[in-house]
Every structure is written in C-alpha cells, then in structure tokens.
Write a new protein. Structure first.
Lengths: 114, 118
C-alpha cells in the first residue's frame, strides 16, 4: 500500500527563520499529495495539495511545497515563520486508486522560539 | 456555516460499554470518514462513506460500526469499548470534483472527540 514518511518528529525554529518539513512517499504512479496542519486542540486543516502540473504548489498561510519525483519527496517550506505557525504538520497520500482512503504520516511538531 | 460538527467532545467509558460518536456536516459533501489519532501514529482511517447507504472499511475497522442514512450524518458506534480504543476521533468530509465526480481528498475535519476507556 502507498505510504508516507515524515522523518522529523519535532523541529524547532526561530521566528522569522525559514522552514522546511520533509515528506517522502511510496507510490506506484504519480500521486496526489497533501499537507495538513493541526493547531493544538483542533482538527486538521488543508494547507495545500498536489494533483498534477506545476511541481511547486502554493498553499494557504504563505506555505509552499515542491513535488520531486526523482526523490519521492513533497517537502513543505515557508520563507519566514511566525509564532502562529507552531502546530503539527501532516503529509498524506491516497492508499490506492482514488482519494477515498488517505494515509497520513506520523506528523512533525513545529515549535517556534522568539 | 458550521462545517463538520462532532459530539460529544469528551467521553469516559468503562470497558464493555457501548456508545455513539455523532458527526454532522452541512456542506452537502458525499464523502465522510472517521479517523482515530494516537500519539506517534498519525491518523488512521476507521470507516468511510462515499454517499448515503454506502460505507466501507478503512485501516482499523475492528470494534467500530457505521451507517449512513443521510448525506449529513455519519455516526460511529463503539460496540463494546476496550482500553485500546482510547483515542481522539476525528470525523472528516470531502467534496467531489464537480466535473469528474471523484473525491478530491480535501478533507474538512471536525474538532475531535476525546474518548477514554477505563
């Protein structure tokens, strides 16, 4: 079955610094890929998605992600983080054909220091 | 719009008790699903539905039951609660693509229901 790996459990960055969160996927064909964010005590919210076309995808809150087929990666980036970006971030990919069953990575918790 | 509404937000059960987690959405989404979230394991799909009268199993369906009698509601039933079912449960819905009818995968989540089984 398709899967995603988020190698970093916890990342700490200074406010104003750049950010990159890693996501590697296992998928037999060109995948649909998603990044979700979960603020403390909340449900998840979609940040951005890749379906096809341009490999650099823009999302909400100033985030972007780049699909790299050669590296099986879909890393999330932000040029300058804000304290409000502190949250947990999840990468997701369909388990099979169609988007009825999304499988999520184990998440990366982001801490922002002043 | 309320979006996806889950009740209750918190529940404590004793082993062997049954209960139903309620989920309702007002976005007219055909697709609805239930996930559980456990520390270090991300979210795991329990059951999902692609429309009224249609349900299917996800990764971890054992011990849970669902039905979908209306587009709006998708309750999750715990038949006989076990401590292993202590978790945070999320209901999510997703729209269908307007041209092709396929599920977009853009999930809208409720705020979660925290369940403790003693």
């Amino acid at each position: 079955a398709q899967s995603v790996t988020q190698p970093d459990i916890h990342i700490t960055v200074s406010e104003g610094a750049s950010l990159e969160l890693r996501c590697n996927y296992s998928y037999g064909a060109t995948p649909y890929l998603f990044w979700y964010v979960q603020s403390p005590g909340q449900g998840l919210q979609l940040l951005l998605k890749y379906f096809s076309g341009d490999t650099l995808v823009q999302g909400i809150k100033g985030f972007e992600a780049e699909f790299k087929r050669s590296q099986s990666s879909f890393n999330l980036r932000k040029p300058s983080v804000h304290w409000s970006d502190a949250a947990e971030y999840f990468c997701a990919v369909p388990r099979g054909f169609g988007n009825e069953k999304l499988t999520f990575g184990t998440g990366t918790r982001l801490t922002i220091i002043p | 719009n309320a979006g996806v509404t889950q009740t209750p937000k918190f529940q404590v059960l004793k082993t062997g008790q049954s209960m139903t987690l309620q989920c309702a959405q007002d976005m007219n989404h055909e697709y609805m699903s239930w996930y559980r979230q456990d520390p270090g394991m991300g979210l795991r799909l329990i059951h999902y539905s692609v429309g009224a009268g249609i349900t299917d199993q996800g990764e971890v369906p054992n011990g849970y039951n669902v039905s979908r009698s209306t587009t709006e509601d998708f309750p999750l039933r715990l038949l006989s609660a076990a401590p292993s079912q202590t978790s945070v449960y999320f209901c999510a819905s997703s729209p269908s693509d307007t041209s092709g009818g396929w599920i977009t995968g853009e999930l809208f989540f409720g705020e979660g229901s925290r369940l403790t089984v003693l």
